[in-house]
Design a protein around this ligand. Structure first.
Ligand code: NDP
Length: 257
């Protein structure tokens, strides 16, 4: 167990139902497992069913809340609507939505293909919209519900080679701020987490040399661990975060200005 996995705030989410998209691996898996360890019942949503099933099995092994995998492509409106209905039918409600599914298709602007642009906007931005819209009426009924959107520091400060990704994540931040205002009167909080570079397959796709450079530029001198992000998600999901809405919180080791 890494250092990051051993330190954890104590939060009791028993009786709460959480839905995490992109829960099959990386940050989404860490968030789903962490919410499950805190006692939530967790719907593990991923386009890759097998990976989501593994996450759900891990959560069930804690013997706390329930967990089940739901195969779903977050870009597909019909699938998203049907998945949210299935989750509510299975668990009886929905209190916490974590929009985490995300992809990169990096390339410099002059060489960026339409498909690269469209794919990234579809998963990162449209997916967040579709899931939040489908979940909203259940979140409103839950009383004190949470939406946690995984953005990126790329959406705050830009990053060469990521015009599509930066635009999608800046879009997620604007979406977060607006929906926070729309749902505030129903006591639903909506916040974004902006991770820096976190050690997952997505970051490792950049290559080891680039990652060494990033570590040097990061004031805290390391890549983030998925657990660093999951711990903030756990706090935002907790009752302690009830008065926090419409914010973007960086988990980046001090990298962004
Ligand atoms: P990973 O690539 O490790 O995991 C992403 C997960 O999302 C995978 O399980 C993937 O499934 C799933 N997914 C992809 N497309 C879809 C889709 N259309 N519908 C449903 N699920 C889908 O990424 P990370 O864990 O690194 O990233 C998680 C989030 O954090 C993303 O939003 C990312 O942008 C953000 N982030 C990551 C950073 C990092 O450094 N890692 C930094 C800043 C933000 P499959 O296995 O089939 O691909």
């Amino acid at each position: 167990m890494s250092d990051a996995q051993t330190r954890r705030i104590q939060v009791d989410l028993s009786g709460k139902v959480a839905c995490v998209t992109g829960a099959g691996r990386g940050i989404g898996r860490a968030i789903a497992v962490t919410l499950g360890q805190a006692g939530a019942s967790v719907a593990c949503v991923d386009v890759n069913l097998e990976m989501a099933q593994e996450t759900a099995a891990t959560i069930r092994s804690f013997g706390k809340g329930q967990a089940e995998a739901f195969p779903c492509d977050v870009t597909d409106s019909n699938q998203v609507n049907a998945t949210v209905e299935s989750i509510v039918e299975k668990f009886g409600g929905l209190h916490i939505l974590v929009n985490n599914a995300g992809i990169t298709r990096d390339g410099l602007l002059l060489r960026m293909k339409d498909e690269q642009w469209d794919a990234v906007i579809a998963v990162n931005l449209r997916g967040t919209f579709l899931f939040t819209r489908a979940a909203a009426r259940y979140l409103i009924r839950a009383g004190g519900a949470r939406v946690i959107n995984i953005a990126s520091i790329s959406g705050l400060m830009g990053n060469p080679g990521q015009a599509n990704y930066s635009a999608s994540k800046a879009g997620v931040i604007g979406f977060t701020r607006t929906v926070a205002k729309e749902l505030a009167s129903r006591q639903v909080t909506v916040n974004a987490i902006a991770p820096g570079f976190i050690a997952t397959e997505m970051a490792h796709a950049l290559g080891e040399q680039a990652l060494e450079e990033i570590k040097k530029r990061t004031p805290l001198g390391r890549l983030g661990d998925p657990q660093d992000v999951a711990d903030l998600a756990l706090f935002l999901a907790s009752d302690s975060a009830a008065f926090i809405t419409g914010t973007v919180i960086r988990v980046d080791g001090g990298l962004a200005e």
